[in-house]
Structures are given as structure tokens and as C-alpha cells.
Design a protein around this ligand. Sequence first.
Ligand code: DGL
Length: 296
Amino acid sequence: MLSVNGAAPVGIFDSGLGGLSVLRAVRALLPAEPLVYVADSRYAPYGQRDDDFIADRTLAICEWLAGQGAKALVVACNTATAQSIALVRDKLALPLVGVEPGIKPAAIVSKSRVAGVLATQVTLRSERFRALVERHAGDLRVLLQPGHGLVEAVERCDVSSPELVALLRGYVQPMLDVGADTLVLGCTHYPFLDAAIRSIVGERMTLVDTSVAIARQLERLLDQHGMRATLAEKAALAGRAAATPAAPVRFCSTSDGTHLRQLAAALLEIDAPVECVAIPSRRTRELDASLNIGAA
Ligand code: DGL
């Protein structure tokens, strides 16, 4: 049954820390909305997992968020969206927003008509991505580049080391060499690498990040369902009647949460504790059993 309580939180989920780039945009646009964020860092990166594993985790975490009272969900992970958004829509009767690489905006802004897409291998090989390119690319030449190693770097809070910049250079220099003027950041971890990417491409490329568009889509959905947190609810949440700062964010991680706390503080200026949560699912029970985790 749908919750129509405006004061209920919006659930946001990613394989790890990348969804914080979406959370940042949601908080900027909808500061009255309380948020629950889940980082499935124990099982990141998803880009190296099989399709069934990603679907299993996505559904388990969305169900967990629904169980925590979330009124709407944002799957802030391109990989999980590409693989599993249809499944979640089928199973859960909650307003749901997914994310996908910004092919459409790239096709609008590119002047050279060559754009690179940096995303996980799983996203790039998905049927959903193929259909997106077919629908929106038009005459745009699209260069696909799996960003191997980038999610792992952000997960350990590395957004600027020389090794990371060298890895990025290997991905974007070939795009520049063939005239790309636009780079689609097709993974929610990558906006945290924008300074490192800028240090390589300077002003020669427009970086396309869809997090603001995702926040707007969430706003439209909440309005449609009459679920927006009101200022009164926001004030009540803060325990006073005057204008208040942004509503609280509850951070949860399936790992120890240290890096989530660190990145949220460094890049979002939110210093909040992180709850370690267990969200078991069919595939992780198998995996943990094979690793002997939890055995006496
Ligand atoms: N942030 C996820 C995405 O947008 C990363 C996926 C992964 O864990 O590999 O695709």
C-alpha cells in the first residue's frame, strides 16, 4: 500500500558511494525531503557482477527501503537501473526514479557530433542502453568506454591521485583524439571525478551529469502523488516552527561505513553517522556461505 505521508523519507540507493552525487542534487532541489541513503558497498562494484546478482541486490535493497517507510525510491545507480528497474517496478508499488546515461543531453549539446560515454561494462552492454542510444543519439557518434577501476577508486575515496588521473587519461585522451567534445558521465560515481577529468580535458569537453535532471524527475513524481514534504513538516521534523535547514539524511551502509562518512563529509559537507545494516538476499546468502562468512 502506498504511503502518502509527506514526512516519510525518500529512499536513495547505489552499489556504493556514487549515489551521493544524486543525493547532493536531490537535497539542493528538495531540501525539505528527509532522505535514507543505502550504499551496498559490501558488494560493490556491481559492474563486475552478473545480471542476476545485480537484480537480486537491487530488489532486496528497494524492498528494505520500502520496509523502512520510504515513500518513493531513487535507484541512483546506472548499472542497477539498466539491469533491474523493470523488475523493481513490477514488484513494488512505490514511485520510482532510475538513472541512465545522458545520451539525450549529449546529442543536444555536442557541436562536433562526437561524444564519449564512460560507464560500467554492465551498463554499456545492456539492452536498455542500446535502446537509449538508438532513441536519442541521432547523428551523434557515440564512443563507448568502460570505466574499469573508477568505481573502486571512488569507493576508497580516491578522487585525485596521480594513478587515478593516469587511468582517466587512458580513457578520455582517445576520445579527444577523434574529436569528441562531450563526455557523458554514465555512472553516478563519476561526477566525483569531475575535477580530475577537467585536469585532463580542460575546456575541450562538456561533461554531462544527469543528477539534476533526476532530482527534477523525483520532484515531478512526488508532486504527482501529492507526497511532497511541506515546510510545516520540515519544521516539525526539526522540532521548531521557524525556517529550518535541510531535512535529515539517514546514511546506511552494508559495509563498515567509514568511506561513506568520509565522502559525505568531504564532498557534501554533511557530517552524519553511518548505520551498518545487513540486507541479506538470495545471492549474498550463497556468496557468504561459500566464503564461510558467519560460520562458527
Ligand atoms: N554508481 C554505479 C553506477 O551508476 C556504479 C556501479 C558499480 O558498482 O559498478 O553504475
